[in-house]
Unconditional design. Structure first.
Length: 193
């Protein structure tokens, strides 16, 4: 039986929300494995993605043009992240969410849903690694995102979404998630400088 995107997002959210809740204000300027983002900017980016992919689930047009400032704008961004990931799960559980081709990407809805699943999982790892927290992704989620991200990787690199893949030693036993991280241009052994 194929897991629904909603079920997979719920599993990913259960792992991501505690990471965001565990981030302290004095860690917001710290670097992350995403060279373009510090912790604050990565939280802002991830919240923007979570909100916009709710719109995609409803076959509405997202707005990625706005520069997000959820953390800087005050309010409880940790609670907001939990609320928005819950809304994301609900949006992808709606009838028809996994059907058709949402947005202007020309991709099937299931592929689009897997993209946000990948973002939620990989960026939760980024934030955990940057802030000294433990993070173990759901293995069913990893099995779902790995082939889709591999398929999308060439275009993602062309668009600057993924960096070049990080080579992993051939003799090293690597986990499926380490291979996903390397595929997206992350060093699975990255440590805070």
């Amino acid at each position: 039986m194929t897991n629904t995107i909603s079920d997979l997002l719920e599993a990913a959210s259960e792992r991501a929300v505690p990471v965001v809740r565990g981030i302290t204000d004095d860690q917001l300027a710290d670097p992350t494995p995403c060279a373009d983002y510090d912790v604050r900017a990565l939280i802002d980016h991830l919240l923007q993605v979570v909100i916009n992919f709710q719109a995609l689930a409803a076959k509405e047009h997202p707005d990625f043009a706005v520069d997000p400032h959820f953390v800087q704008d005050g309010g409880d961004w940790r609670a907001r992240f939990a609320e928005e990931t819950s809304a994301l799960v609900t949006a992808w559980a709606a009838p028809g969410a996994e059907e058709g081709s949402p947005g202007q990407m020309g991709l099937q809805a299931r592929t689009v849903g897997t993209m946000i699943l990948g973002d939620l999982t990989v960026h939760a790892w980024d934030l955990a690694r940057a802030t000294g927290q433990e993070f173990t992704p759901d293995p069913v989620v990893v099995a779902e995102i790995a082939p889709t991200l591999a398929e999308l990787a060439p275009k993602a690199r062309e668009g600057g979404v993924f960096d070049e893949p990080v080579p992993l030693p051939e003799d090293e036993e690597t986990s499926a998630f380490d291979r996903v991280l390397a595929l997206t241009g992350r060093d699975p052994h990255w440590q805070t400088p």
